[in-house]
Design a binder for this molecule. Structure first.
Ligand code: ACO
Length: 410
């Protein structure tokens, strides 16, 4: 039988086979329990798959969510669950899934798409650029202590993760205002996040949750898992911080004080801190956080003029950007971007005027949240300046005083 290797959206009956394809690609066991837990968060009509001999061999899904950007929010196609069967790899199926997703995002009016990459080498070719950077801490907690008074006296309360959902959601929704990079989280995704995931619980104790602040007025929360561990000299447990978010410095510092001083532990790990977060400036010896930098959220402009007009700019800008885009031709060409500063809406329209800067769409994705400088990309040869001073002006405008963070590997 000749298979039509074109992606299409899947049906309820095909869900289990698609779930199995994804779990097997990530070397995990697709149990009935996990399939049932994952089903409420999967949007069938936004899940594409390629079928061969009646079985799915490539897939990818989109979560419908909001994304905070400099000065506002946009609807963003949150791409996840991408997998190709090992026997069908390196023959272009991922490219077909990507194109289907671009069309789906455009049809839904989502000006950008966002993802966390399993491997950093995969998505640049599809026009995604690394827009946030994540810092991984693996700190010896005996060497790290908060130096100042921040957070002292702020109450910390334990809550059952699922019972704390509304309070956590209130913190996230407040934090999202003005914090580029944070994604909105609909109720089903919150519940999936807070359930004690069987895929994670083998080596660790249950998911734990704490709220900072007085009852009824939470100013932060943390989700974490303890790993109990004993060495020849005694306790060597680990605090694995999964998510930590606060709306005040006191809340933030109180949560870190709590997590860094857990009895029976020797290490605190956190994988998704932002490079601009306050923690290194609150501890006595930031080197002891043992930070390692990696890429975070990758952004792809789906509708370039809509995406660029949706965000605000840190400084006045009037510039022509010449953009290449191999995968979404409508984005390619010269665009005039104008904005009067951070309090004014921006405009972006096609133009024939000479270009100030030339770059690929990937670079605009990287710079979109203000976390990757166009100046850095120019230094790497990825942005070319045609008018002296053009790079400085545009790079300044694309920056943002609040560095982006993405706290969830979705
Ligand atoms: C957002 C997310 O869900 S991230 C999760 C991604 N999924 C995984 O990592 C699961 C395991 N891996 C896989 O399932 C597959 O290898 C995939 C999905 C990464 C790639 O699927 P494929 O169908 O093999 O990709 P495809 O054939 O379309 O590759 C296109 C190009 O990407 C390159 N490529 C694909 N995967 C990788 C990789 N992991 N590292 C580097 N390059 C890669 C190919 O070499 C090819 O390059 P070319 O255009 O220069 O020839």
């Amino acid at each position: 039988m000749t298979d039509d290797l074109s992606p299409r959206t899947i049906t309820e009956d095909e869900y289990r086979a698609v779930h199995r394809l994804v779990f097997r690609a990530f070397f995990t066991t697709p149990t009935d329990e996990l399939a049932a837990l994952d089903r409420p968060v999967l949007e069938l009509d936004r899940t594409h798959a390629v079928f061969a001999d009646g079985a799915p061999v490539a897939t990818g899904t989109i979560q419908t969510r909001e994304l905070s950007i400099p000065g506002g929010t946009v609807q963003a196609a949150h791409v996840t669950g991408v997998a190709v069967a090992p026997t069908y790899r390196r023959r272009g199926l991922l490219g077909k899934i990507m194109q289907a997703q671009f069309a789906a995002a455009a049809a839904a009016g989502e000006p950008v798409a966002a993802l966390w990459a399993s491997e950093g080498a995969i998505y640049g070719r599809y026009g995604y650029g690394p827009a946030t950077w994540s810092v991984r801490y693996e700190a010896d907690n005996r060497e790290v202590s908060l130096a100042g008074p921040a957070g002292v006296g702020v109450p910390i309360r334990e809550v059952e993760p699922l019972e704390g959902r509304e309070a956590f959601a209130a913190v996230l929704d407040r934090a999202r205002q003005g914090q580029p990079g944070l994604s909105g989280r609909p109720r089903a995704l919150w519940e999936r996040r807070l359930v004690n995931d069987p895929a994670d619980r083998q080596a660790a104790a249950e998911l734990q949750a704490v709220l900072a602040g007085p009852p009824g007025d939470p100013v932060g929360y943390a989700l974490w898992r303890p790993f109990g561990n004993w060495g020849p000299a005694g306790a060597e447990g680990i605090v694995d911080v999964i998510e930590l978010l606060a709306t005040t410095l006191d809340g933030y510092a109180a949560l870190w004080r709590f997590l860094l001083t857990m009895d029976l532990t020797r290490q605190v790990r956190y994988g998704v801190a932002g490079p601009g977060e306050p923690l290194p400036h609150l501890v006595a010896d930031p080197r002891r956080l043992a930070a390692r930098l990696g890429d975070g959220l990758w952004i792809r402009l789906i509708d370039l003029p809509a995406a660029l007009a949706a965000r605000r700019y840190a400084a006045p800008v009037d510039a022509v950007l010449e953009v290449t885009d191999q995968r979404i031709p409508a984005n390619a060409g010269r665009w005039r971007l104008t904005a009067a500063g951070p309090d004014a809406p921006a405009r972006c329209a096609a133009t024939d005027a000479p270009a100030d800067l030339t770059m690929d769409v990937r670079e605009l994705g990287a710079a979109y949240l203000g976390g990757t400088s166009l100046g850095t990309l120019a230094a790497a040869g990825r942005v070319v300046e045609h008018r002296p001073g053009g790079l400085a002006a545009v790079a300044t405008a694309f920056g943002w005083p609040v560095p982006p963070i993405s706290i969830e590997v979705f």
